[in-house]
Design a protein around this ligand. Structure first.
Ligand SMILES: N[C@@H](CCC(=O)N[C@@H](CS)C(=O)NCC(=O)O)C(=O)O
Length: 281
């Protein structure tokens, strides 16, 4: 059952927050939806946004300034939480890079994480299906984007489920998690030490094995003043993989912009326009 937590009228549409009992996670999960006014009269495209470390289902809706544009472009926006919460797993609290708030959009295979940390199946299957069932969203017009850990999530889920997401873009994504400290910590805890499992959850490694998976292109924005750019994000690894896979990529590097939502808000319109163009109205 879908519980409505809050609804706010915004830009002619409704900003809503929901809770439900997730089958995949085995615990209650919360997510947010911006319903554009156009949804009342026709099926609309839907865009899933995956947030980064320390964020939750509310961060994007508060900080990105996306609702006015979503009304203008007639797109529904959905933002899940970044991990299961209140799992009782030892070590899940107290480290912002692991556990609560740091689910990395994968299905953990290693105990104790494997009991609840199933964010890949949660987002790509359960939540996507729930949104299509409950709301006036068009199954043929589903896109995904995200920031940082959520940028990794967007690229990962799009590459692993190309039948479920037609368009993909990212802000400052962790582009090759198996090659950076954040990814090392997450993968060793959630996936164990098998190199093959790491490769199967690394967007750059996955891309190398594909042939033009998204022929209409991928958009990535990256700030050159981003404090995490050098050690954690590695966009050039993804660019190289796209070259190898014949994948059109627009990688825009922006002088002076950092990792924050001020950067995201500055370029959010281009992302909505990018997805709207691929998905159609
Ligand atoms: N807590 C970390 C920063 C974490 C961080 O920058 N998180 C990004 C995603 S990786 C974010 O979106 N934070 C929420 C915000 O800026 O509102 C620190 O203090 O260095």
């Amino acid at each position: 059952m879908l519980e409505v937590l809050r609804e706010h009228r915004a830009f002619g549409g409704v900003q809503a927050f929901y809770r439900h009992d997730s089958e995949k996670i085995g615990l209650p999960m919360q997510f947010s939806v911006f319903h554009p006014p156009g949804e009342k009269s026709q099926m609309v495209p839907v865009l899933f946004y995956l947030a980064g470390l320390t964020c939750n289902e509310e961060t994007f809706m508060i900080k990105a300034g996306a609702q006015r544009l979503a009304t203008q472009y007639g797109i529904m926006l959905v933002a899940p939480d970044t991990s299961p919460r209140n799992t009782g797993v030892a070590g899940a609290d107290g480290d912002w890079q692991l556990g609560h708030g740091a689910g990395f959009y994968l299905d953990a295979t290693e105990p104790p994480w494997s009991a609840h940390f199933k964010m890949e199946s949660y987002v790509a299957i359960e939540l996507r299906d729930l949104i299509l069932r409950e709301f006036n969203a068009d199954e043929q017009k589903v896109g995904i984007f995200g920031h940082s850990m959520g940028g990794h999530g967007a690229l990962l889920l799009a590459l692993r489920h190309p039948d479920r997401f037609r368009s993909v873009s990212a802000f400052a994504p962790i582009s090759s998690p198996m090659r950076c400290p954040w990814g090392h910590k997450a993968f060793s805890n959630y996936l164990g030490d098998r190199m093959q499992a790491w490769q199967e959850h690394d967007a750059s490694e996955l891309m190398k094995k594909r042939n033009t998976p998204f022929p209409e292109g991928i958009l990535i924005d990256q700030g050159l003043g981003d404090e995490f750019l050098k050690d954690q994000l590695l966009p050039l690894a993804f660019e190289q993989a796209c070259l190898q896979a014949n994948q059109p990529l627009t990688l825009r590097l922006h002088e002076g912009y950092d990792h924050s939502y001020y950067f995201i808000a500055s370029f959010i319109e281009d992302h909505l326009a990018f997805h709207r163009k691929i998905l159609g109205g």
